[in-house]
Design a protein around this ligand. Structure first.
Ligand code: KG4
Ligand code: ZN
Length: 350
């Protein structure tokens, strides 16, 4: 009798050069349980169960609660994804799953589920880097997108500018030396007493404010593309503490707007400079912070002025979903990535 490893390899070898095979993808790295079915760069179904309401009471994601909830809902989310695509498990050709980075317990739910299902169905599976998933979200909206391009990854855990020559070949041009931009949004929101998740709340509140507070952006005038967000965050904390000590009111909308202008301005300035200096007039944005309305309008404005082509996924594809994981798997396989075996482990710090 043939073993799983032989059967899955045979099946993988038969499908890897095609672009019409069906991928069932799982994403459970943080507080979204997501399942999608994709074919090439096309999404047949994408279901997301968000745990935001569960974690709101704690002001942030509680890892243990996240893992337990993934276990509870993953079956139902899978059923819904199959039903929406009008497919059965037997139709699926390959399984993809986020292997990291993220919360270990949360990742393990997806990885173990994907491995068990791949074994039961005797089909190949592949583990995907979550950040590459965010990048792949762009291929869903723009199937015609071609390399090379400059990519800004702006998420809760990453802030990076990459020169991307292919899905498997990217060079880091700049990155944060401390907090990620999304992390800074979340921490500042907490200081302002806004509910979790903070990014969208600051986005909303900033619309009612003016940039009246002075915050200093680090690295101004420097010739590298790195970021630093802990100083901006501390600047906000100091303003709030000083006002509290003096018994003064702060204007939360103005402070949110002042922070957002600097935080997003930093992303825009560095990314545009990276594109111009590398002579690549094509910018691709990825990650949860790409949902920010000011980021979207600022990039549009500046790219138009500099005659740079801009690619930003729709808001629903900016935050965590499994469709981007399915498409990332397709892109990796197209460029020669191999399947994984049942020893694949979750890697929280990938
Ligand atoms: O990419 P993502 O799902 O997280 C990681 O994979 O790390 O993005 C989540 C981050 C959070 O920090 C959240 O506050 C931020 O993206 N975010 C936003 C907005 N929507 C989500 N930040 C600013 N404005 C938004 N509209
Ligand atoms: Zn993410």
């Amino acid at each position: 009798m043939k073993r799983y490893s032989e059967i899955s390899l045979e099946k993988f070898n038969r499908l890897k050069d095609r672009n019409d095979y069906l991928i069932l993808a799982f994403e459970s790295s943080c507080d979204e349980t997501a399942v999608a079915i994709t074919k090439g760069r096309e999404v047949l179904s994408s279901i997301i169960f968000s745990q935001i309401d569960i974690h709101k009471a704690y002001g942030g994601v509680v890892p243990e609660i996240a893992s337990r909830n993934h276990v509870e809902v993953i079956d139902k989310v899978l059923d819904e994804a199959l039903e929406k695509a009008n497919l059965k498990l037997k139709d699926i050709d390959l399984i993809a799953v986020t292997k990291g980075a993220g919360l270990l317990g949360a990742l393990l739910v997806g990885v173990c589920y994907a491995k068990a299902l791949a074994y039961a169905l005797q089909i190949p599976f592949i583990g995907i880097n979550h950040i590459k998933g965010h990048l792949a979200a762009n291929f869903i909206k723009y199937p015609e997108l071609e390399y090379p391009f400059i990519c800004l990854i702006a998420s809760g855990g990453h802030t990076e500018i990459l020169k991307v020559d292919s899905f498997q070949k990217a060079k880091i041009l700049g990155e944060t030396v401390d907090d990620a931009v999304g992390e800074a949004f979340d921490k500042v929101a907490r200081v302002l007493g806004l509910p979790y998740p903070g990014g969208p709340e600051i986005d909303k509140l900033a619309k009612e404010g003016k940039p009246t507070y002075k915050l200093t952006r680090p690295f101004k005038g420097k010739d590298h593309f790195n970021f630093s967000y802990s100083g901006l965050k501390t600047g906000v904390i100091n303003i709030v503490h000083n006002a509290n000590q003096k018994g003064e009111e702060i204007n939360k909308a103005d402070l949110a707007r002042s922070f957002q202008d600097e935080a997003i301005g930093f992303l825009v300035d560095n990314t545009i400079r990276a594109a111009l200096e590398n002579n690549i007039k094509k910018i691709v944005i990825a990650g949860g912070v790409a949902a920010n309305s000011y980021l979207r309008s600022e990039f549009e404005r500046v790219c138009k002025k500099e005659k740079i082509d801009l690619y930003i996924p729709p808001i629903a594809l900016c935050t965590d979903n499994a469709a981007m994981i399915g498409v990332a798997a397709f892109e990796e396989i197209k460029e020669g990535a191999n399947l994984d075996d049942l020893s694949l482990d979750a890697d929280p710090s990938l």
